[in-house]
Design a protein. Structure first.
Length: 454
């Protein structure tokens, strides 16, 4: 269990937007892949990147070859690559603890903002020291450190009288004698509205749901399109329900606010690796997403839209088909997806994502695989509407409401009936149309109806 805890905590401190390296360094085609391999003959960081590519695989460029990647990674680590040492340690913290010690030494010698950031990741089990390294990284200009600090603040301090800036400035950074004051942007993830589902959560104080992992994504603040109203409130509250109502330990809930394409890819790779640490048929996965969905106009495939993506360039979006395949590959005992997004290209509310598109598009149906059930907030060319009075998406509000009413004990059959009835009724009262869909994998038959998430 210690191994599992360390791996999940390492993901959390980087808000799971942390990858082994920036996405820009990875090869995009066979030509770049060939050039990277040639460079790896003389460059240690390139050798590490080659290992990473083999470990994770890149669609259309290189197939996943875990053992080959691990062999190259070990060589890079032994030759003095701090990143390779860090990843070797994360593969098996007990077996490869010496690589952690070597990574700490190398990152300390480096002293740069990125090195300080990865020191924080390695020291995540020492919360105070981890935060100090993150502040040092931020002072040295490494912006990803602010995202990590935002995540910690939003999990531990959101709603308190201490502002984000004052909290960060209260952390004594490594090497500081007089605390350096820095100006920070306001953190992105805040609970802005309170309804009855945000209060008086039925607490599961035992937190025994240790074999369930939840990945919760809330995309609200987009760079190229309007925001998704209440998406961060939806996701942050669902993460709280996973912990306090469904009984998952804190470290089993991965919360990813305003996720980029790179963070989604990197996080899913971490989840897939994490699944290998569980004995067969013992892992349960909950996936939740609130944000924009987008269709590919030619293929009619559906995609989750990262905050740094363009709705007309789905090659940098995360397809539902890939999401299903990635989660199914974990061979988990049960996988339950909740998608509060529409894939017609409509906004949550009025309008469409792309300026040159005047109508919504009906995407192709995507069928879950393995032991998987997918709950979606709207069908076909419908829109996922906000419930403004409650400060949530309509689908998420009633999802939380049922979990609250049932103390998390509702079966998926009961939950599906409740969502269908109440989401349809509420949208009709507002003279709108929204019909949730519940689609199980074909091979499950009726078995899924008796599943519970607690």
């Amino acid at each position: 269990m210690k191994r599992l805890t360390i791996v999940i905590l390492c993901m959390l401190v980087a808000t799971l937007s942390a990858q082994a390296q920036s996405d820009e360094e990875l090869p995009k085609n066979s030509k770049e892949w060939k050039a990277l391999r040639e460079l790896a003959q003389t460059d240690l960081h390139a050798q590490y990147l080659v290992a990473y590519c083999y470990l994770t695989g890149i669609k259309g460029v290189v197939a996943q070859q875990h053992e080959k990647g691990k062999s190259i990674l070990r060589k890079a680590a032994d030759a003095g690559s701090p990143d390779a040492c860090r990843v070797m340690y994360k593969m098996d913290p007990q077996k490869y603890y010496s690589y952690r010690q070597r990574a700490e030494q190398l990152y300390t010698e480096d002293g740069g903002g990125e090195a300080c950031y990865y020191m924080a990741e390695l020291l995540v089990d020492d919360k105070r020291t981890c935060q100090r390294w993150l502040k040092t990284s931020l002072i040295k200009g490494y912006r990803r450190a602010q995202t990590a600090l935002e995540s910690i603040y939003n999990n531990d301090w959101s709603g308190s009288s201490t502002s984000f800036e004052n909290w960060v400035n209260g952390i004594l950074a490594i090497g500081e004698t007089d605390n350096t004051e820095i100006q920070l942007e306001k953190p992105k993830a805040e609970i802005k509205y309170l309804s009855e589902v945000d209060l008086n959560l039925p607490e599961d104080t035992l937190r025994k749901n240790v074999n369930t992992i939840a990945l919760v994504v809330g995309n609200e603040n987009y760079k190229s399109v309007p925001p998704v109203t209440f998406a961060l409130n939806d996701a942050s509250m669902f993460a709280e329900y996973c912990k306090r109502v469904l009984g998952l330990p804190d470290q089993n809930v991965v919360y990813l606010p305003d996720a980029t394409y790179g963070s989604l890819v990197g996080t899913m790779a971490d989840i897939k690796y994490l699944a290998t640490t569980f004995p067969d048929s013992t892992l349960n996965i909950i996936f939740y997403y609130a944000g924009h969905g987008v269709p590919n106009e030619k293929t009619k495939d559906a995609y989750l839209m990262p905050v740094d993506a363009d709705p007309q360039r789905t090659n940098i979006c995360y397809s539902i088909g890939k999401l299903i395949s990635d989660l199914a590959s974990t061979k988990a005992r049960s996988i339950v997806l909740f998608i509060d997004a529409c894939f017609s290209g409509a906004l949550r509310g009025e309008g469409v994502l792309a300026e040159n598109r005047g109508v919504a598009i009906k995407v192709k149906d995507t069928v879950p695989k393995g032991n998987m059930v997918m709950f979606s907030s709207a069908m076909g060319d419908e829109t996922a509407w906000p419930y403004k009075e409650k400060g949530h998406g309509t689908f998420t509000y009633f999802l939380l409401k049922k979990l609250q009413q049932s103390n998390g004990e509702a079966s998926l059959d009961e939950l599906s009936d409740y969502l269908l009835m109440n989401v349809r009724r509420q949208s009709a009262l507002n003279l709108k149309r929204q019909t949730p869909s519940i689609v199980p994998a074909i091979e499950l038959g009726e078995e899924w109806r008796n599943w519970k998430m607690k």
